[in-house]
Design a protein around this ligand. Structure first.
Ligand SMILES: CC(C)(COP(=O)(O)OP(=O)(O)OC[C@H]1O[C@@H](n2cnc3c(N)ncnc32)[C@H](O)[C@@H]1OP(=O)(O)O)[C@@H](O)C(=O)NCCC(=O)NCCS
Length: 318
């Protein structure tokens, strides 16, 4: 097996490998090689040395690849080179259980260490994966899909400890019905929904990860005084249509100002977003939430979202 960094002629081979690796329900498929390049190699911090390939010397076939990167700093204004990530890892089914995955992980670690990382999180984590937003994970590549591979066994053998679990919450807009109560009816009379397509105050990290995708901002305004009582954002997930067969959208950044909490505004906003999306032929709405974030889980639960899957991350000190 030959291991080497990325070359400019590699994307068609990587794109083909992606489609041969059975990456599970959370990986988009059926997109072009241009799309692969856009979401894997077009970020401003793209470094060809961060993507390593394993090639079978006898046949010349690509057996696998690993893609290493870095998390963002706290201000989301630049990379934090002390916090490495393994953003992508796959080995062709014909080459599995031959320690190729392990060898790729070791090469990713060497690369990250050489750049100053003192830890690595495989899978990236919630909003921390710098590559593949739009084609892996659904709304966000927040971790590796539990059903696609024996990730816990694999990373345990590589010396990693389980890190975060990100819950995928979904609502089927065709089959589910909106809850009805007096508070929601009152809110509908007193609040206006305002939709804008211009990102406001988004960070550099937001633009590099979501900038190529459709996004809209939703706000609930009080009719009487124009005060914003709840806001949120949607991200288009159209690249998953060939795989899932339905139009889906991700919801993120639901926010209610401190003084306006516990009035049901967030639930009213979520339901209003879902109603509008249904009118636009969107069938599935998705959100990613950490299990410890009970208020957010309760909120999505109240708007008829269910936990449908999990994305996992694993951590190792370097
Ligand atoms: C996970 C994956 C990368 C492992 O690659 P690999 O080359 O087969 O891994 P290795 O041979 O280095 O395995 C090392 C150890 O991990 C564990 N392991 C790997 N695959 C396993 C499996 N299917 N079941 C149980 N344990 C497994 C074993 O302990 C193994 O050691 P052993 O063979 O001596 O028992 C591969 O299965 C894969 O590509 N799956 C899909 C990846 C994917 O979905 N990527 C999307 C994110 S971008």
């Amino acid at each position: 097996m030959l291991y080497r960094p990325f070359r400019n002629s590699d994307p068609p081979k990587l794109h083909q490998l992606w489609h041969l690796c059975a990456l599970g329900p959370n990986a988009a498929e059926g997109f072009s090689c241009d799309v692969f390049e856009l979401f894997a190699c077009a970020q401003p911090y793209w470094d060809p040395n961060g993507l390593m390939l394993a090639l079978d010397e006898a046949s010349g076939r690509v057996a696998g690849f690993v893609h290493a990167g870095f998390a963002a700093n706290a201000a989301q204004s630049a990379l934090d080179y002390s916090r490495g990530t393994i953003c992508g890892l796959m080995v062709h089914p014909d080459f599995r259980r031959r320690e190729i995955g392990t060898a790729l992980v070791r090469r990713a670690e060497d690369y990250l260490r050489s750049k100053g990382a003192n830890s690595v999180v495989a899978g990236g984590g919630l909003e921390q994966n710098g590559f593949y937003a739009g084609i892996y994970g659904g709304l966000d590549p927040s971790g590796f899909c539990t059903s696609a591979a024996a990730w816990p066994q694999f990373f345990q053998k590589c010396g990693y400890a389980p890190c975060d679990e990100v819950l995928i919450l979904r609502r089927d807009l065709i089959r589910s019905k909106d809850p009805v109560n007096a508070k929601l009816l009152r809110h509908r009379r007193h609040l206006n929904l305002v939709i804008t397509d211009r990102p406001t105050n988004e960070s550099w990290w937001w633009f590099v990860r979501y900038g190529h995708l459709d996004s809209l901002r939703f706000e609930l305004h009080e009719k009487a005084n124009g005060n914003v009582v709840a806001s949120g954002q949607i991200i288009g997930m159209d690249l998953f249509i060939p795989k899932w067969g339905v139009r889906s959208v991700g919801i993120r950044e639901i926010f209610v100002p401190e003084s306006q909490r516990r009035h049901g505004y967030a639930q009213a906003l979520l339901l209003e977003i879902c109603r509008r999306l249904k009118g636009e032929s969107v069938e599935l709405v998705e959100a990613h939430v950490l299990p410890a974030d009970q208020p957010v889980l309760d909120l999505f639960n109240s708007a008829k979202f269910d936990v449908t899957g999990r994305l996992l991350t694993f951590r190792r000190s370097l």
